[in-house]
Ligand binder design. Structure first.
Ligand code: NAD
Length: 479
């Protein structure tokens, strides 16, 4: 899989020009030119008071405002949305709960820049449609703000480089809000793997299977940004939910890295069948044609010889699933949402302890014994607040904790770029008849010396929750 960096950059040069033209990146930052010091282990001085400005307070952003407002030491100082209904919703909620009013932006499409410029914001929390992610990352960091960005962090390789280089140049965090990293199951798998119970992991099988036919054909507010992508591109445009937890288990960018991927796609059938069945011939959705096939599958091989299988399927009628299967030299774990944890491992190599999955009682014992420290300490509070079973709140508590205590973020800008790359790399592979496509190394060799991920402790007693009574919130998302 040798492809020189120069070949790689030459092959994508036209996209750099497009991104510059779009105002997403500067010419000097184009094409991975390496403008700053490495960001591995990057930390800032402890920030006891964290002032957060939100851009995009639709489904995801509205729920985030309500979680963030509950975290001691954090203030929601600004909100921005071009939809006045969404602004009113969060404004009213803050007022009803007795929080100070947030300053508002959203009169024009790029009014969000005013929020980024304002000195009353330390952190920009972005939950906009995906095309805005990179412009917000780059602009917000250029004016000195840390960025918490929804998934996927960016959308193509030029945006990946632009975001990496802005973080290196302006020395700001750019953290991807991948909530599934903090799922109870995902953290159990991580803990078991890091404790060596499954031996060396050789393959992970993960993904995102979520029947979104109703959501994509009937979006909230009538804005069809999700399905537009489906209509115009091949590839996995939403790769991170299964991928980032698996990448942490495989120490991607921390001693190993993705070398190349191949990607294959089925034909497109389910969305179009749905459109024809649900909408009259007079409605554009009746005959809407899709480019992306129903199921996209990527296989990624790491430099150290591990394989990650990644699925994306948002259109066939099938239960929600993130795959969540890990195969190691001593055992296996597989988690099915709302159902079971299938676990088995050998105590000694070759003792055949992994010939069948543990029974329910043993699985439960293992689940308790290897519960991740984050869930031990913050699980009760997180479940009470809600948000995908509590993982959304643990994610937010954790990045705030890292900022308040001057720690590095759990994942960094190189991770954001690596995982977001799959959007473009998978499309290029599909378009090339599933040809292998090489990954860029955003760390520029730093992955070789970066320390592997570890199971961190989380001292939740540092948050004084007496100042922010925790309560269940119906706006938090379930799926
Ligand atoms: N982590 C998760 O579990 C999860 C789940 C769903 C969506 N997401 C991600 O969250 C992001 C938002 O998704 P959503 O479901 O909340 O979408 P949404 O359409 O409900 O909300 C997006 C909001 O952004 C606003 N907006 C659009 N353009 C804007 C602009 N120029 N300035 C200010 N506001 C603008 C819209 O008015 C809308 O209120 C997406 O990137 C998506 O991929 C993540």
């Amino acid at each position: 899989m040798e492809q020189s960096r120069r070949d790689f950059l030459m092959g994508t040069a036209w996209m750099g020009a497009a991104a510059v033209a779009a105002g997403c990146m500067s010419q000097s930052a184009a094409l991975g030119s390496g403008v700053g010091a490495p960001m591995h282990g990057f930390r800032v001085a402890p920030m006891k008071r964290v002032r957060v400005g939100f851009i995009g307070i639709g489904s995801r952003g509205r729920a985030a405002v309500r979680r963030i407002a509950l975290i001691p030491g954090v203030e929601v100082t600004a909100i921005c949305d071009i939809n006045p209904t969404r602004l009113a919703e969060s404004r009213n909620w803050l007022k009803e709960k007795g929080f100070p009013p947030a300053r508002e932006w959203g009169k024009t499409e790029d009014d969000w820049k005013g929020l980024c410029d304002w000195e009353g914001v330390d952190v920009v929390y972005s939950c906009t449609p995906r095309p805005l992610h990179c412009p917000i990352n780059v602009y917000a960091m250029s004016v000195g703000k840390h960025v918490m960005q929804e998934v996927p962090g960016v959308f193509d390789l030029e945006e990946c480089w632009a975001t990496v280089e802005a973080a290196e140049k302006y020395r700001r965090h750019c953290y991807m809000l991948e909530n599934c990293v903090y799922g109870e199951y995902e953290m159990l798998a991580f803990n078991l793997i890091k404790k060596g119970m499954l031996g060396e992991i050789v393959q992970a099988e993960v993904g995102y299977t979520h029947d979104q036919r109703a959501l994509q054909y009937n979006p909230r507010d009538g804005v069809f940004w999700r399905i537009k992508r489906h209509q115009t591109h091949h590839g996995n445009y939403y790769p991170t939910h299964g991928l980032v937890p698996a990448g942490k288990c495989l120490d991607i960018n921390r001693g190993d890295r993705f070398d190349y991927l191949v990607s294959m796609e089925t034909k497109s059938a389910s969305f179009e069948t749905y459109g024809r069945a649900k909408f009259p011939a007079s409605d554009w959705r009746h005959n809407a044609k899709m480019v992306k096939g129903d199921v996209n599958t990527c296989l990624m091989r790491t430099v150290n010889g591990k394989v990650l299988q990644l699925t994306h399927n948002v259109c066939t009628p099938t239960p929600y699933d993130r795959g969540n299967k890990y195969l190691g030299t001593k055992g296996t774990i597989r988690g099915i949402k709302d159902e079971s944890y299938q676990i088995c491992f050998e105590t000694e190599t070759g003792d055949k302890g992994a010939e069948k999955f543990f029974d329910a009682q043993r699985a439960q014992e293992v689940r308790e014994m290897y519960k991740h420290p984050f869930w031990k300490t913050a699980g009760d509070i997180a479940k009470k607040v809600g948000g995908h079973g509590g993982m959304d709140f643990i994610m937010d508590l954790r990045w705030v904790y890292c900022l308040q205590n001057g720690l590095p973020m759990d994942t960094d800008v190189y991770d954001l770029a690596t995982y977001s790359s799959i959007v473009e790399l998978s499309e290029r592979s599909v378009n090339a008849g599933s040809r292998p496509i090489e990954f860029p190394d955003y760390t520029r060799g730093g992955w070789k010396t970066a320390k592997p991920f570890t199971v961190e402790e989380f001292d939740i007693s540092k948050f004084d929750f007496s100042t922010r009574p925790i309560a269940a919130d119906k706006a938090q998302q379930k799926v």
